[in-house]
Design a protein around this ligand. Structure first.
Ligand code: SF4
Length: 187
């Protein structure tokens, strides 16, 4: 499939979905930082609890190499209304809808046979209890590792594309990155 046809199909699908912003850009403009991994290790309760987070995802260098194998990136942003955006118990239940939207957009890449990899917000919550580390991931095709788990500096993306993670006390912002390798180069 040609690049313009892929983009047309993506934009057609995204127009059907409640996506508030999307951006296409080259993957090699992402900023990978060991500082992000340090925050995972020292501040995140998900560290070492899931296949979607470090250390299961590998070192930052391994993650960077995995991402750069896909030269193009698509950032997806959705928002949900919540009672209190500062409360995880209010925001987390709205994440499944964002993950479903990410899966729908991944479906365009899949149907076009375009190699891709998706990263999404927070760690995976598909299973009540993650199989890590005793057994392999139960749903590797549906599971999205966390964007930050790969050492990606999300604040850099926010600055570049004018994203606000504090859109208001009653709004939560979710984001995903789909990295892909279109036939014949960039989009
Ligand atoms: S799908 Fe299940 S086993 Fe795989 S990362 Fe998510 S919670 Fe863990």
């Amino acid at each position: 499939m040609g690049r313009s046809e892929l983009r047309r199909r993506l934009e057609e699908e995204m127009a059907r979905l409640p996506i508030v912003q999307y951006e296409f850009f080259p993957t090699d403009t992402l900023t990978f930082s060991p500082r992000v991994r340090h925050i995972c290790e020292t501040e995140c309760p998900q560290y070492n609890t899931t296949w979607a987070c470090p250390p299961a995802v590998g070192t930052v260098e391994e993650c960077r190499a995995r991402c750069l194998a896909y030269p193009q990136a698509l950032l997806l942003v959705t928002m949900a209304e919540v009672e209190d955006a500062a409360s995880l118990s209010c925001t987390l239940p709205t994440r499944a809808a964002h993950e479903e939207i990410t899966r729908r957009v991944c479906g365009v890449f899949r149907s076009a046979a375009v190699p891709h990899m998706a990263l999404s917000t927070e760690s995976c919550a598909i299973c009540p209890q993650c199989a890590w580390p005793e057994a392999p991931c139960r749903h590797p095709d549906r599971m999205f590792p966390c964007v930050e788990s790969h050492g990606i500096l999300v604040t850099d993306l926010a600055e570049r594309f004018g994203l606000s993670f504090l859109a208001g006390p009653g709004l939560v912002t979710w984001y995903s990155l789909i990295l892909y390798r279109p036939a014949g180069g960039g989009l």
